[in-house]
Ligand binder design. Structure first.
Ligand SMILES: [Zn+2]
Length: 288
């Protein structure tokens, strides 16, 4: 945070320096745009492959083959979900929330892609429908489905509040991944990563730049739908913060389950091909 009383005086040209217009860091005009019409056409006569209910304050894993869709659905009451994605069979390739934010902005919606970590950097999934797209940005600059938070975790909780709390999203995701892979928790914990905060309503305060949350506008029946660009292993945690209107990292908030549905289309979207890993040579210049 910036000092309330800066220690250094303004230079004479401070206002001119402040007036410089920003430029977008990563213009995305050169990215191949998803063909949403053909993705959506592929949903006709799709069949449900599987579904899983994520209990409150827990997480569950799910598999989505490339070319299939998955939906995260609010079923019982306002509830926020923390989503992790891995390339099936390779935990090293995982959702890269920071680069996704750099490319698509602080909050995601229809047409945005979830990019994977370096050196893979390819689309893992494309958002094909968002029933909360009407929300836009509110008067505080808040919006839903952010890639600016991390995930609630017991270490930060320990720092700020003391004590051990075991149902933060980080722990929920760790337990779910360990169960799914039948591996010890400590061996899979490093694979748990920064999330897409599904349905969560967040932003940064204008005066201090602090991360804020407010009650999610999600209601039962709302969903966020994705198309799997590659074979995916997913994990979703129903955050102990519930709708995140007051607090998280405790058993205080009212929490609800979330539903994950996986659908297989009759045929893949017209013209669609699963993306290969990033084509950069990986040599980083110089001699090897
Ligand atoms: Zn959480």
């Amino acid at each position: 945070m910036k000092l309330e009383q800066p220690e250094h005086p303004k230079p004479g040209d401070a206002s001119e320096r402040r007036k410089v217009r920003p430029v977008i860091c990563y213009p995305v005009d050169s990215l191949v745009q998803p063909d949403l019409a053909s993705y959506r056409a592929a949903r006709r006569n799709w069949e449900k492959l599987s579904e899983i209910v994520v209990p409150p304050r827990e997480a569950r894993c799910f598999d989505v083959p490339a070319g299939c869709f998955f939906r995260i659905v609010s079923i019982d009451g306002p509830q926020v979900g923390d989503l992790n994605l891995w390339s099936a069979g390779n935990l090293q390739e995982r959702f890269f929330s920071g680069k996704t934010r750099a490319l698509h902005g602080t909050h995601l919606s229809t047409g945005d892609r979830l990019w994977s970590s370096l050196p893979y950097l390819r689309p893992m999934a494309t958002i094909t429908e968002d029933t909360l797209d009407w929300y836009g940005f509110d008067e505080w600059g808040g919006s839903v489905h952010d890639v600016i938070g991390t995930r609630c975790d017991p270490y930060t909780h320990r720092l700020l509040a003391g004590g051990d709390y075991h149902h933060c999203c980080h722990s929920n995701l760790t337990r779910a991944l360990a169960d799914r892979l039948d591996r010890p928790r400590e061996s899979v914990e490093p694979a748990v990563h920064d999330v897409l905060n599904v349905f969560m309503c967040t932003g940064f305060t204008r005066d201090t730049g602090q991360y804020f949350m407010k009650a999610s506008p999600v209601r039962p029946g709302d969903f966020l739908e994705f198309f799997a660009e590659i074979d995916l292993l997913g994990a979703l945690s129903a955050c102990p913060g519930g709708d995140c209107s007051a607090e998280h990292s405790s058993d205080t908030a009212a929490c609800h389950p979330l539903l994950v549905e996986v659908y297989r289309p009759m045929e893949p979207p017209r013209g669609w091909k699963s993306p290969g890993v990033n084509a950069y040579s990986g040599t980083h210049g110089g001699t090897v």
